[in-house]
Design a binder for this molecule. Structure first.
Ligand code: FES
Length: 142
């Protein structure tokens, strides 16, 4: 009698773990040993993308571009830095910004978006830098 109960408990635990994975939305992107190399984390677009007015990015601050999965900062007047806003921990998109620090909603990693470097874990890898230029007052990334 006790054996089926034990088995059911194990199966139930496995099912709950599966549900937790779906909720976290990151378990499916782990991909360690999947053979796809570093391509397991979603990337920001690499083709040229117009982001709008450069003036929208404050000096000493930054702006998130959720659709493009990018973040642009302006550490000094006229000097722009652009990074993928895809978290290097498990691939969530950064969604909060406090001046030049962007926060990941999934596990709380924080990145300095003037340099791309993580300032709070669990992420340890810098954000992927994306080239950016200003043409006619518009930011062009990619
Ligand atoms: S995905 Fe884990 S901290 Fe961003």
């Amino acid at each position: 009698m006790s054996e089926p109960l034990h088995r059911r408990t194990v199966l139930r635990g496995a099912a709950l773990a599966g549900i937790a994975c779906v909720g976290a939305a990151a378990c499916s992107t782990g991909g360690s040993g999947s053979g796809s190399g570093s391509g397991s984390v979603p990337k920001a677009p690499t083709q040229e993308t117009e982001l709008g007015a450069a003036a929208d990015v404050p000096v000493g601050g930054a702006k998130l571009y959720p659709e493009e999965k990018l973040v642009v900062s302006q550490p000094a007047k006229g000097e722009f830095k652009c990074f993928s806003s895809v978290c290097t921990h498990a691939g969530a998109v950064l969604n909060a910004l406090d001046k030049e620090v962007a926060t990941c909603p999934l596990h709380g990693s924080r990145f300095d978006v003037a340099t791309g470097k993580p300032v709070h874990g669990p992420a340890t890898t810098p954000l992927e830098e994306v080239p950016v230029k200003v043409e006619g007052g518009k930011l062009i990334a990619g």
